[in-house]
Design a protein around this ligand. Structure first.
Ligand code: ADP
Ligand code: K
Ligand code: ZN
Length: 433
């Protein structure tokens, strides 16, 4: 089965653009009439729904950023009656406030449809057993792949993260054919299987991995194939656009962004101007049919380009290249987004600490480790080892609660960390992707 929804996935480009324009027009009219946020934003930009006369006119519309979600926390961007909502997800924000996203029944359906199409493009079908080893919960990865897998009719194992030996046992006992998780976790699982004496290529049915939520590289794809015989596909998404949903197809050459679901632009991060295919810039998406929290020209912050030319797989939707960094200082640690500003915000909640801190990220084997060095206030200095150990674990707990990822904390004496003239450089990232 080469396509999940052949007609729409292979729609000729001109027809696809016509469809995108129609969807955009309906969306803009609806939001102008019903959402105070969009109404004000368009008014400030001096643009009316009637100004959108072609798809290219999308450039007249104002863009959105993560700060719009933060400023409208928790649900001021919700554009439908609250009883229409069937789910919330929550992702890490830039400071203390997380980003809340909401879904109607149709939103969940559309997301599942996008994932199902992507899974088919990775070669999966009804006969597959998909082990979802992304986190289930507030994070979008687990439930996103779960609903998409079920929609396709594959057999889904909601393994969630962790318990690696158990993951390998499940792969063996339930004859898992495909797994979805972060690339670093999959490389970790390859190591665990080796230690257990399990040869993934020869002794399991696992053939496909759908890996995302964090940056990885072509050399990691090759390594995975050499070590396990598994073909690794890249999957992209963010909670704001619903969650992970767009993957590369069998060509393994760029991720298809289903055109009837999302309209993709690459903007010059400085000027905000739209860049042509082949040029690198900030990935920006308009989700054409989202009901609960529509996203118009959402600047995602990842750097990539739209690939030129048609894909031999026959899908007509545009493809984006592997992500090549961020326009901001967001870090991705074990798949979880971490903004240094959020670390600072959390540290300042502990009265004994100053705002002088450093973040160091390393990789032990395939997995990320984050270390936070932070200066104590002079009057918090103590000779009591117990006092310090207690404080250290309190800070570690505070960070874990705020960031959803563990950090090792080192308490430092006053005035021991570097001071910066101009922009502080608080992050030392030793990882190579
Ligand atoms: P997700 O569940 O997909 O991780 P989040 O909203 O938590 O969604 O995080 C989205 C961010 O994670 C993206 O903006 C990007 O920086 C990073 N990310 C997600 N998928 C990938 C990927 N395949 N490659 C590189 N970075 C990714
Ligand atoms: K992420
Ligand atoms: Zn393709």
């Amino acid at each position: 089965m080469p396509y999940y929804n052949e007609k729409i996935e292979t729609l000729p480009k001109t027809e696809l653009e016509k469809l995108q324009y129609q969807e955009l027009k309906v969306l803009v009219e609806r939001l102008y009439a019903s959402s105070a946020f969009y109404h004000d934003k368009m008014k400030t930009a001096g643009v009316l729904p009637s100004d959108i006369k072609s798809l290219a006119d999308i450039a007249k519309l104002p863009t959105m950023k993560k700060t719009d979600l933060r400023d409208n926390y928790p649900d001021k961007l919700v554009c439908c009656p609250k009883e229409e909502l069937v789910r919330y997800h929550v992702s890490s924000g830039t400071t203390g406030k997380p980003t809340v996203v909401a879904y109607t029944k149709n939103d969940v359906e559309l997301w599942a449809e996008a994932v199902a199409r992507s899974l088919v493009s990775c070669g999966l079908g009804r006969g597959d057993v998909l082990q979802v080893a992304y986190g289930y919960g507030l994070f979008t990865g687990g439930l996103g792949l779960h609903y998409g897998g079920e929609k396709l009719g594959a057999t889904v194992i909601p393994a969630s993260t962790g318990n690696s030996e158990r993951q390998i046992e499940l792969i063996q006992d339930l004859e898992t054919t495909a797994i979805a998780c972060t690339p670093s976790y999959f490389i970790h699982l390859i190591d665990v299987a080796k230690k257990m004496g399990v040869d993934i290529a020869k002794e399991t049915k696992l053939r496909t991995a759908i890996l995302g939520a964090e940056p990885w590289s072509e050399s990691m794809r090759q390594y995975i194939h050499e070590q396990s015989g598994v073909t690794a596909h890249n999957i992209f998404g963010t909670s704001e656009i619903s969650g992970p949903m767009f993957t590369d197809c069998g060509e393994l050459n760029g991720m298809h962004i289903c055109g009837d679901i999302a309209y993709t632009e690459i903007l010059d991060p400085e000027t905000g101007e739209s860049l042509p295919a082949g040029e690198k810039g900030e990935l920006t998406m308009t989700i054409l049919k989202k009901e609960a929290i529509p996203m118009i020209r959402y600047r995602i912050g990842d750097i990539t380009s739209i690939l030129e030319g048609d894909c031999p797989c026959g899908r007509t939707s545009p493809r984006i290249d592997r992500l090549q960094g961020r326009v901001d200082d967001m870090l991705v640690i074990r798949g979880i987004n971490v903004f240094p500003s959020a670390v600072e915000h959390a540290l300042l909640r502990v009265p004994e600490l100053t705002s002088h801190f450093m973040l160091e990220i390393t990789r032990t084997g395939p997995l990320d480790d984050m270390q936070v060095k932070v200066e104590l206030k002079p009057d918090a200095m103590t000779d009591s080892i117990n006092g310090l150990i207690g404080l250290q674990s309190r800070v570690e707990r505070t960070l874990r609660d705020a960031l959803n990822v563990s950090a090792k904390v080192e308490l430092c004496p006053p005035n021991s960390l570097p001071r910066f003239e101009g922009k502080a450089k608080r992050v030392i990232d030793h990882r190579v992707f």
